[in-house]
Design a binder for this molecule. Structure first.
Ligand code: PHE
Length: 347
């Protein structure tokens, strides 16, 4: 190449080549590669034109150089613009592909919740601890002595028939009542005593409202001058907190070997307010627990002076409370872990 005319022709051809080649480019990366073939300082086609300078007449050298630089500038601008356009397009495409359809219904998140019996146990424990009770957890395997004999129910006592027992050996059994814990507490601790004891108990009993394994909560208060009135007062407070402020209690005479007198405690029906409904079997009252004044013989069995001290005890079934609270009519529903049932019970 020797003169400007020829240079201009070459440059015009290169520009045309760039324009046409650019049509096929779709990504910013391909622009970069394509650009390099023209503008790379060593290999680039436009850059290489500078080498022709030595064949050009001296008076044309300046113009020759300027023309090449002009072409370089043009190509740089051309590629910059193209690059910019493709980058915008790429970004647009990314926006499109990452677009979130906010009208889509969300995937339902399932939250777990505590089992209704656990919830009831926690609620009761909260109520009693706020009244100053300590929590004692006994063991599920007991000896005949703690479960029965110390509780004034010796071997041949007819009251043993009230609780059909799973014996592990003549001496050991699965406790039939959390009352067994009373004896341990009174043996270990001298009055004043104020404990609740939640836990599993076992009886060979199985129907819609009974299960071979169920949960109880025992309460025991022993101090000087404790009477049935203290029991009634405490129970009134307790049932109001668990079933609502309007709830009243009623004591009916009953029998337990370890309490004297013994009572069965009813609460006014929290569903109908006492008028009579299905829940309370039209009576206006619902039985919730057994209780009484601790039998002097039991205090003595535990080494507590029954002339100085007296106490009251109560025991309630946690499944029964959960069934009443949540309107469950078959105790099995609490043990089958059917999420359709458990999902509906969230307190
Ligand atoms: N242990 C008795 C039962 O399981 C309930 C109870 C406890 C009664 C404490 C009186 C005092 O039926």
């Amino acid at each position: 190449m020797q003169d400007l005319k020829e240079l201009n022709e070459v440059i015009t051809a290169i520009k045309e080549e760039i324009r046409q080649g650019a049509d096929a480019l779709t990504t910013s990366k391909s622009v970069y590669e394509f650009k390099k073939t023209f503008l790379d300082n060593k290999q680039g086609r436009i850059g290489l034109l500078m080498k022709e300078m030595r064949n050009v007449a001296n008076d044309q050298k300046a113009e020759f150089g300027k023309t090449i630089n002009g072409a370089k500038e043009w190509a740089n601008n051309f590629f910059d613009e193209l690059d910019q356009k493709l980058k915008e397009k790429e970004q647009q495409q990314r926006y499109e592909s990452e677009k979130i359809d906010i009208t889509m219904p969300p995937v339902k998140i399932r939250y777990g919740n505590l089992h209704p019996v656990t919830t009831v146990r926690n609620q009761l424990t909260d109520i009693f601890t706020s009244m100053g009770f300590e929590v004692y957890e006994g063991t599920e395997i007991e000896t005949d002595y703690y479960n029965f004999t110390a509780l004034n129910t010796p071997q041949d006592h007819p009251a043993r028939d009230m609780q059909d027992t799973f014996y592990l050996s003549p001496e050991f059994l699965l406790r039939t009542q959390t009352s067994a814990g009373q004896v341990h507490v009174m043996e270990a601790k001298k009055p004043p005593i104020k404990v609740v004891s939640p836990g599993k108990v076992f009886r060979s009993d199985d129907d819609a409202t009974h299960s071979p394994m169920f949960s109880q909560m025992e309460g025991l208060v022993v101090d000087e001058g404790i009477t049935l009135c203290d029991l009634k007062g405490m129970l009134d407070m307790f049932v109001q907190r668990i079933f609502g402020e309007q709830t009243k209690t009623r004591l009916r005479p009953s029998y337990f070997p370890f309490t004297e007198p013994s009572v069965e405690v009813d609460v006014s029906c929290f569903q109908c307010g006492g008028k009579g409904c299905r829940l309370c079997k039209e009576t206006g009252w619902i039985e919730v627990l057994g209780a009484g004044v601790v039998n002097k013989k039991v205090l003595e069995n535990c080494g507590i002076d029954s002339n100085k001290y007296s106490g009251f005890a109560f025991g309630l079934g946690l499944e029964r409370i959960a069934m009443l609270k949540y309107g469950i009519n078959n105790i099995k529903m609490l043990f089958e872990s059917d999420l359709r049932v458990l999902d509906q019970i969230d307190d």
